[in-house]
Design a protein around this ligand. Structure first.
Ligand SMILES: [Zn+2]
Length: 313
């Protein structure tokens, strides 16, 4: 699912430079391909932020690149948040509000972000896209009808064995390229622009430690997700609850009267979220909230007779 989302996000990378403008020193695509090589997978329940030290590799790289682009007050917080301020070039920058832009550095804990092999599908001519290193990973037109609007575009995907990491490294690449473009083109007038790159978005942190005041933006946009030209003016909040079902285990061959299989308790619990009541993501839309169980562990099964096993499946 993530692969499909990242596909759509990557398309924003291809925007032409108007003739009267100087091109940035590095294209958004080139930056993007550099950033996805850095593994920034976050981890659930690490008990600290950043949840993985490897996210700091990208944080340090981005902080240095911001400094090279002349961004002021660049700093990395204890939690791994990169802050910076692009000073405006107006006669009086205080006349306009400081606008903030945020993108996140981490990738989902669900799929590996190591050894990402980005593949550029040049001049897409329609049809499903089979990811070459795992042919079962197919980006289908049926599931992604927006592909029909992308004929003739270049599309970047992973090779099928990892996430691409476009969520949200394409956001970072776009913001860096924006800053670069402003630097090369002082004729483009703008007020102060606050920049932040955050760790651990995929695992719910550490935004409560975000230095809103020190950062200085009056309004801010997160550059992440959706399609080219879309702006979302509100977002939802989420909480994670961990529910643990404890059973009693022994060798299943001598289990009679002893084993309590916690899988049944989990099943009974999940059965309380009926399909027809709008409480699941697949039965809700718009501003209706949902509950989304997403991790499940089941144990082994055995039988003495092949037919008995077959009958149970
Ligand atoms: Zn994201």
């Amino acid at each position: 699912m993530k692969l499909f989302c990242t596909l759509l996000m990557s398309l924003v990378l291809f925007s032409a430079v108007p003739a009267q403008q100087k091109a940035p020193t590095e294209s958004a695509m080139s930056r993007f391909l550099r950033y996805v090589k850095i593994d920034t997978q976050s981890a659930e329940d690490a008990g600290k932020f950043p949840s993985t030290d490897k996210q700091l590799v990208l944080a340090n790289l981005l902080a240095n690149e911001l400094k090279e682009l002349g961004v002021q007050n660049v700093r990395i917080s204890e939690e791994g948040i990169v802050y910076g301020m692009v000073h405006g070039n107006l006669a009086d920058n205080s006349k306009v509000p400081t606008i903030g832009f945020i993108a996140h550095m981490d990738t989902s804990p669900a799929v590996s972000g190591a050894n990402v092999n980005a593949i550029i599908h040049k001049n897409y001519q329609g049809g499903d896209i089979v990811l070459p290193n795992d042919k079962t990973q197919v980006i289908t037109v049926k599931q992604n009808p927006d592909l029909k609007n992308l004929i003739g575009d270049d599309i970047i995907t992973a090779d099928g064995t990892t996430l691409l990491g476009s969520d949200d490294k394409s956001g970072i690449a776009e913001l860096m390229t924006m800053i670069d473009t402003f630097k090369q083109n002082p004729q483009l007038k703008h007020g102060n622009i606050a920049i932040a790159f955050t760790p651990d978005e995929e695992v719910g942190g550490p935004m409560d430690q975000f230095d809103i005041k020190g950062w200085g933006a009056k309004f801010a946009y997160t550059v992440d997700g959706e399609q080219l030209g879309d702006i979302s003016n509100e977002t939802w909040s989420a909480r994670t609850a961990t529910v643990t079902f404890r059973g009693a285990s022994t060798h299943p061959g001598t289990a009679k009267g002893i084993v309590v299989n916690s899988s049944y308790a989990a099943g009974a619990f999940l059965a309380q979220f009926p399909a027809m009541i709008p409480i699941r993501p697949e039965t809700t839309a718009g501003r209706v909230g949902f509950i989304h169980p997403y991790v499940d562990t089941l144990d082994v099964r055995r039988d003495f007779d092949d037919q008995d096993i077959a009958a149970k499946f």
